[in-house]
Design a protein around this ligand. Structure first.
Ligand SMILES: CC(C)=CCC/C(C)=C/CC/C(C)=C/COP(=O)(O)OP(=O)(O)O
Ligand SMILES: [Zn+2]
Length: 432
């Protein structure tokens, strides 16, 4: 179906029959057929304004998953920290307080994954991996207790980070492993939360990520590779951590990202001409708070001060269709059995549950960078991560007002207060 180049509400699709797919243009893929039918049904029953997030059944899905964790772990043997993160984060963002028992289990699972030579593996006895380490640190941030923070051996972690670093500034995913932009993001996100970002760690990395941006604006896994939402998020967030987004072509990236929101579904593709998938609600949807902050920061002073200026108003109104994304997630991505999904007719899994919820949170909240507080100060990456705040005056909650979930941090994808708590723990009192 046609690519949505501007913001177009699905509501418009429902009231304007010209905008609906015609016999000749509709039903090009199974996803489009299912989504079309689901949306038509929702329109016929006038459900859009009362549509509900099935919070209770998603919480139950995650909790049942936690009970069955030993079974999952056979199939997903190398993904233990990811499962911990996806599940604990999903509960947290849905507003379900983590029980003492869960906190204890989370800490004991992650303790067993830490290697004496630094970093965390995907399972006990497995070599350390950048993605597993990122997930372990995010899970510990979500648990949010002193015991969770203090299990991290920062000295060996830092030395291991340096072992992943290559001369050209890129990072491998594990010793002897493949290079890609996920490595830079995973290392720098984890290093920011644990106060380990140094000039030695970041030397050359921004220049290497710049080489991963393509002619169309998207960022690929490594230089010369097609851009993809997952890698683009990693590249942009890593650049933001280093304060080096000026090296990227931001207008081109913005154009690429906006073109991935589909008119029919309201959800995002991960790259042009591919299918919409619920997880890109975060990997692509999550680019917009970062892009908004970067563009606002780059505005000439007069546009910022003049709050009614066209350009700052345009940026503040959001760069993507926040309602259409919520429609896709709420109508097409909720499994009737609990948990969230890639697209209709697929089964739920914990990865899609986590990233559909992160995307929902990003669409509901307007999380902004407090650049006024940053002005004129030379802040480290931890201090900059603390400057993100939830602009409560600009929330959009589609359907039932109880659909509102907690806000997530645009760089780390951990609930905002948990990022604050962990940074305050590792950096001490921040004076700015
Ligand atoms: C922090 C971290 C580890 C981030 C991971 C980011 C992420 C989701 C990367 C995706 C990589 C990729 C090329 C998927 C394409 O799969 P596909 O061809 O099956 O999917 P597509 O058709 O939707 O492109
Ligand atoms: Zn997916």
């Amino acid at each position: 179906m046609g690519i949505l180049s501007g913001s177009r509400k699905l509501e418009e699709l429902f009231t304007n029959t010209d905008a609906l797919p015609t016999e000749s243009s509709k039903a090009q893929t199974d996803t489009e057929v299912s989504v079309y039918e689901l949306f038509k049904d929702a329109r016929d029953k006038n459900l859009i304004n009362t549509i509900k997030l099935n919070r209770g059944s998603h919480i139950k899905y995650v909790k049942d998953g936690l009970k069955g964790l030993p079974t999952y772990l056979v199939a997903l043997d190398a993904s233990k920290p990811w499962l911990c993160f996806w599940m604990l984060y999903s509960l947290d963002i849905l507003g379900d307080e983590l029980s003492q028992d869960l906190v204890k289990k989370g800490i004991s699972t992650i303790t067993k994954l830490q290697n004496p030579t630094g970093g965390f593996g995907g399972g006990p006895g497995q070599i350390s991996h950048a993605a597993a380490t990122y997930a372990a640190i995010n899970a510990l941030a979500t648990i949010g207790t002193k015991e969770a923070y203090d299990l991290i051996d920062r000295e060996t972690l830092y030395n291991w980070f340096l072992k992943l670093k290559r001369e050209d500034g890129s990072f491998v995913m594990h010793e002897g492993g493949e290079v890609d932009v996920r490595g830079a993001y995973c290392v720098l996100s984890a290093a920011t939360l644990t106060n380990l970002v140094t000039p030695e760690l970041t030397a050359g990395t921004a220049e290497w990520i710049k080489r991963c941006q393509n002619y169309d604006g998207g960022i690929g896994g490594e230089p010369g590779i097609e851009g993809h939402g997952g890698y683009t998020f990693c590249g942009l967030a890593a650049m933001e951590i280093m304060g080096k987004t000026d090296l990227l072509d931001i207008p081109l990236l913005l154009r690429w990202a906006t073109s991935l929101q589909m008119q029919l579904e309201g959800g995002f593709q991960g790259r042009p001409n591919k299918l919409v998938d619920g997880c890109y609600s975060f990997w692509v949807g999550g680019l917009f708070p970062l892009l908004e902050a970067i563009m606002t920061r780059n505005l000439p002073e007069k546009d910022v001060e003049q709050s009614n200026s066209e350009v700052s108003k345009y940026i503040a109104q959001s760069l993507f269709d926040r309602e259409a994304l919520q429609e896709y997630i709420l109508i097409a991505c909720q499994s009737p059995k609990g948990g969230l999904i890639d697209k209709p007719k697929r089964g739920a899994d914990h990865y899609h549950t986590c990233y559909c919820l992160s995307g929902l949170s990003t669409a509901q909240h307007h999380v902004i960078y407090d650049f006024e507080r940053a002005k004129g100060k030379d802040l480290d990456s931890g201090a900059r991560s603390l400057l993100w705040k939830d602009d409560v005056t600009n929330r959009i909650v589609l359907g039932d007002p109880n659909n509102l979930i907690n806000s997530t941090h645009p760089i780390h994808n951990v609930a905002l207060p948990n990022v604050r708590k962990m940074i305050e723990h590792f950096y001490g009192e921040r004076n700015f």
